[in-house]
Design a protein around this ligand. Sequence first.
Ligand code: 5GP
Ligand code: ZN
Length: 142
Amino acid sequence: MEKNCVFCKIIAGEIPATKVYEDDKVLAFLDIAPFNYGHTLVIPKIHCHCFTEIPPDTLAAMMAAAQKLAVAVMRATGAPAYNLLMNNGQVAGQEVPHAHLHIIPRLVDDTVSFSAPQKRYDGEALTELAAKIQERLAKNAN
Ligand code: 5GP
Ligand code: ZN
C-alpha cells in the first residue's frame, strides 16, 4: 500500500469504487470517467508503478482476468469490439501511478481515437534497431 495512491486506497476500501471482479492478486472496477460506458480498469493488488514492475505471477493473473472481463464487458454493453490500453509513465499519458490495464469497449462510430501520424524507417535503421533490442534482451536474460 502506497500512501497517496488512489488505487491503493480503492484496494484498501478507503475510497469507493464500482468493483466488477476481485481475486487474491487482482481487482477490476469501472473507470470513473469512461471513454465508453463499461470502460474497466484491471489493477494488481500490490502497488506497482507500471507494466514492467508487475511480478510475473500477478501479471499472469491480471491477463487471465482481463480476458474474461473483456468478454463480459462486450456482452454487457453490446460492444462489438474493445481496446486494451496501458499507459506506462507520465510521458505516455499515465496519470495514476499504480499500474492499470484499460478495457475499453468500442462502438461503431464512437468518439474514441488513438490515431497518430506513423513514421517510416530510413535505410538500415529498422534492422539496426531490431539488433539493438535483441542485444538488450540477451543481456537481460543473463
Ligand atoms: P491513466 O491515464 O493513468 O492511464 O488512466 C487513469 C484512469 O483512472 C483514468 O481513465 C481515470 O478516469 C481513472 N480514475 C482516476 N481516478 C479514479 C477513481 O478514483 N476511481 C475510478 N473508478 N477511476 C479513476
Ligand atoms: Zn498503488
